[in-house]
Design a protein around this ligand. Structure first.
Ligand code: SF4
Length: 251
């Protein structure tokens, strides 16, 4: 199951950065294998059956600090109670708190509620399609804005959550810590393929959640191992992370 999404990547400011120098053949192989694997092994999640920006936003906000399994339980219940931004906008703060009870980090519900009110009162009920406009709404950072634009509107937008960041770090630049976050955003923007951003973005999050996991990446069955720098360097030959190998050696 997908892990929760890191806050660090959510609110990263957008800075102009030179495109990274990556081998085009490796980038193409990575894209092709990833998207093809997703076609066969992508997880069937309820928010992947909709292009409604409100429904996608609800899922993204819930996933920010809650495990997928728990979100699967709450998501349909919340949407049954508040099926549109207008319904949510008209609810009282205490009713929204009740509906969120059990998910924790109640501030997320407050922001979602404020966003629903803004959308209803100031945007005529329509969510903006541009990531830059979405990012002006309460509680919507860079990652969430790009996710809504990509998953609801099919916009060409790169995403970077914890899972995607781990995959990109291992495939295209293991070992370099300085400026990692802005470099990873630049890599994400560079590798997302035009016209396939929806599948690519969903695929990279799934790969990070199910195969390229933090502690025990399953490299032998990874579809992108042929393009992966960490795999080429033999980092995960014994299925332990470099950190765990180092600490064992140190001990
Ligand atoms: S080969 Fe291993 S380290 Fe590289 S992306 Fe796949 S699972 Fe992750």
């Amino acid at each position: 199951m997908k892990s929760t999404k890191s806050k660090n990547f959510h609110n990263a400011p957008r800075r102009r950065r030179r495109p990274p120098r990556l081998d085009p053949a490796r980038v193409n192989a990575f894209r092709r294998r990833l998207v093809s694997w997703y076609g066969r092994h992508g997880r069937d999640l309820p928010w992947r059956h909709t292009h409604d920006p409100y429904e996608i936003l609800v899922s993204e906000i819930m996933l920010q600090q809650t495990q997928v399994g728990r979100v699967l339980e709450y998501y349909p219940r919340f949407l049954a109670r508040y099926p549109t931004a207008a319904y949510l906008a008209s609810a009282s703060a205490s009713a929204v708190r009740d509906a969120w009870e059990g998910l924790g980090y109640y501030r997320r519900a407050q922001n979602l509620h404020r966003t629903a009110r803004l959308i209803t009162r100031e945007h005529g009920g329509r969510f903006p399609a541009e990531p830059a406009d979405l990012a002006k709404l309460p509680g919507i950072g860079r990652y969430t804005a790009a996710a809504v634009a990509s998953f609801a509107y099919g916009a060409h937008a790169a995403i970077l959550d914890t899972n995607a960041a781990r995959v990109l770090q291992r495939v295209f630049g293991p070992g370099r810590r300085r400026g990692r976050e802005s470099r990873l955003w630049a890599v994400a923007e560079h590798v997302v393929p035009r016209g396939r951003s929806y599948d690519f973005n969903q695929a990279i999050m799934d790969l990070g959640a199910t195969i390229c996991t933090a502690r025990r990446p399953a490299c032998p069955r990874c579809p992108v191992r042929g393009a992966c720098d960490a795999f080429r360097r033999g980092w995960f030959q014994d299925a332990r992370s470099p950190r765990s190998r180092t600490s064992r050696k140190t001990r």
